[in-house]
Design a protein. Structure first.
Length: 352
């Protein structure tokens, strides 16, 4: 089933490289950029999910379960490692990933079913591991908000990763979850340069909007950290210390980072973007990526895929470690949430 949403044109036609040509954008109040409509609007397809919690056993991740209420992401970040997942639906990892979105409209109901099953063992659920739970279509769909309502009712801990300032809409739910030590948030902050953000993450919130989100949530007592990801050699890696300083000033409590990941179809998409926007720098950037990935553009090995290896990766790690100590962002425990309060219907909570 396909439901047309309000048209948010991409401002650029489809091109042979399955991406876009540059175009002019205008800023919206909440900081994300809406392209001038030309050819392509957003389509929303409805999926009736049979299950909603995805399990993983990755040693690189601080959680073993996650929920993604959407497939595809309207933010359009060229580096997104989730792009290849769209091929499962016979859709392209380029323009289709950004414009042909899939909404799991029964997500909240299915979550209730899964949490109510006998023998369910509570552990933090992550929202935003694959696509952003606060991408623009969440305004109308409100799937993330419904999931948070269920998690609050069940007293189930949740962690959130987003670059969307729309998260502030749910401040009421997040504040209540925080009072019960049931939530932590990581705001993804890639650059402080509005022009770089416009081309790299065309419909994500502006840097100032993300910093404001950190500031407002901290004021509401919500534990918030910053995720500087991805760090791209010769593109935004020089900003690392400034990103951490700005996040700390906004009230962030912790920080993490990841080196650029280019699995499968993401590599040629990113390379084309690089040659379009930084033609004189492209070969140097790709060379540093290969030096950090064992001679390839991607290394999928656990323990290496997030941080990389080699001289550049080691230097980046050293800079990060020094900066988080300098700015007081080296506090851990962002995922040490309360799992003991979990109480599905029929438990002690129903007697209160």
């Amino acid at each position: 089933m396909t439901t047309p949403s309000p048209v948010r044109g991409r401002g650029t036609p489809h091109n042979p490289h399955n991406r876009f040509a540059p175009s002019r954008s205008v800023a919206e109040d909440d900081g994300w950029y809406q392209e001038v409509p030309l050819t392509q609007g957003t389509e929303i397809r409805i999926e009736t999910a049979k299950t909603i919690i995805t399990r993983n056993n990755s040693p690189d991740l601080p959680f073993d379960r996650s929920i993604n209420p959407y497939r595809g992401c309207e933010h359009g970040c060229i580096y997104c490692y989730a792009r290849p997942s769209h091929a499962y639906w016979d859709l392209s990892p380029g323009l289709d990933f950004e414009t042909k979105l899939i909404a799991k409209t029964n997500a909240a109901a299915v979550l209730e079913q899964q949490l109510s099953k006998p023998g369910y063992v509570c552990a933090p659920i992550n929202l935003g591991s694959n696509t952003d739970p606060y991408q623009p279509i969440e305004r109308e769909q409100q799937l993330t908000r419904r999931l948070l309502e269920v998690l609050l009712r069940y007293r189930h801990p949740v962690t959130i990763v987003t670059k969307g300032s729309l998260i502030l809409r749910d401040l009421d739910l997040l504040s209540e979850l925080a009072k019960q030590n049931l939530v932590s948030v990581m705001i993804s902050l890639t650059t402080l340069d509005d022009e770089l953000k416009r081309t790299l993450e065309p419909r994500a919130a502006a840097p100032k909007a993300r910093l404001r989100a950190i500031r407002v949530m901290r004021g509401a007592g919500i534990p918030v950290g910053v995720l500087c990801s991805p760090m791209i050699p010769m593109i935004n890696d020089s900003e690392l210390e400034r990103l951490l300083e700005a996040a700390s000033a906004a009230g962030a409590l912790s920080a993490a980072y990841m080196l650029l990941r280019l699995p499968l179809e993401v590599a040629p998409l990113f390379e084309q973007w690089l040659r379009d926007h930084y033609p004189q720098r492209a070969e140097h950037v790709l060379s540093l990526v290969r030096q950090s990935r064992g001679g390839e553009l991607y290394d999928s090995r656990f323990g290496a895929r997030m941080r990389g290896e080699g001289v550049f990766a080691d230097l980046l790690a050293q800079r990060f470690d020094k900066a988080i100590r300098r700015y007081g962002l080296n506090r851990r425990g962002g995922y040490a949430l309360d799992c003991t309060a979990f109480c599905p219907p029929g438990g002690q909570l129903s007697l209160l």
